[in-house]
Design a protein around this ligand. Structure first.
Ligand code: GLU
Ligand code: ZN
Length: 303
């Protein structure tokens, strides 16, 4: 079982569609199932309408799913996992402000700032009573490799700091929700963009604390866009609501198949046409730049 787990904070963009396509092809090319999981736990950024639109965008692109779920309906299982971690004495209340952590100036592998575990002594037995963030104590190094051989191991508590599992605003954090849902759906392969590679060791640490199996991880290239003079993960430039006015879904699939290395030309194709020849050996390793001119997508090659 594979899963595609987009954050439903906006419409699908070319980066979302490429990630969905690769995840789906990885499953379909081995005759496996693939689930769509809407990650909608951020109350500030997610709305039910965006989750619905994400499902429609992916269907328009030509992808189908064996299961569809929405994380906001899984609160009970996340809370049960927090109870187990609290019973194991692993949860603590963290009152540190974001500015305090920033001022520590310890760059973390995921691009943010590492936390210094300053509140570790504030262990809680009832995490529901905590007004601030709830973190999990992690001890010891995690060894894990990507399926492509990349070393994803980390001493998480040092490299990133103990993770927040329940946010200050009450929302269950991504790492916990992701791990609990992967286990609940019987996910055996996590195929996702390279921006999430640095989160893998944290997720494996949480799995181990909960006694859950670790899936195989495969991280792939990203679609980048130019923002000013910088390159960033493709996000803002254009969404499926606008793309579909300029491209048919098969045309867009052709562009993404060409850009990712699956096809030698950008001729229109359907995701199903790519199943038979799919192999990670064909997929480009390096991130690729895609520009939106306002009416066209222009592939600019390697980053
Ligand atoms: N929701 C996360 C994102 O869209 C991805 C989660 C995952 O694949 O683990 O960035
Ligand atoms: Zn703290």
């Amino acid at each position: 079982m594979n899963r595609f787990a987009p954050s439903t904070t906006g419409r699908a963009h070319p980066g979302t569609l490429l990630a969905a396509l690769l995840c789906w092809l990885d499953a379909r090319s081995r005759g496996a199932e693939v689930a769509l999981r809407m990650e909608d736990l951020d109350p500030q950024r997610c709305t039910p309408a965006l989750a619905t639109a994400m499902g429609e965008d992916l269907a328009w692109f030509g992808l189908d799913w064996d299961q569809v779920s929405v994380q906001s309906s899984h609160q009970a299982r996340y809370h049960a996992a927090l109870d187990r971690l609290a019973d194991a004495g692993l949860l603590y209340a963290c009152t540190c402000s974001r500015s305090r952590i920033k001022a520590l100036a310890r760059p973390a592998a995921d691009g943010g700032f590492a936390y210094d575990n300053a509140c570790r002594d504030a262990a809680v037995s009832d995490w529901r009573q905590v007004a601030g963030a709830v973190r999990m104590r992690l001890d010891g190094a995690i060894s894990i490799r990507d399926e492509d051989g990349t070393d994803l191991g980390q001493d998480v508590a040092v490299a990133m700091g103990d993770p927040v599992l329940r946010r200050r605003d009450g929302a269950v954090a991504y790492h916990l929700a992701s791990v609990v849902d992967d286990a609940a759906s019987g996910v055996t392969r996590v195929v996702r963009g390279r921006d999430l590679a640095a989160s893998t060791a944290i997720q494996v640490a949480v799995q181990r604390a909960l006694g859950l199996r670790t899936p195989v991880y495969r991280h792939h290239l990203l679609v980048l866009e130019r923002r000013g003079t910088k390159l960033a993960k493709f996000h803002g430039a254009v969404g499926a609501d606008v793309l579909c006015e300029h491209y048919g879904s098969a045309q867009l699939c052709g562009i993404l198949a060409h850009l990712s290395g699956l096809r030698d030309s950008a001729a229109a194709c359907h995701p199903h046409d790519l199943i038979a020849d799919f192999s990670w050996d064909r997929v480009r390793v390096r991130d690729q730049v895609l520009d939106w001119t306002g009416s066209d997508l222009v592939w600019g090659g390697d980053e």
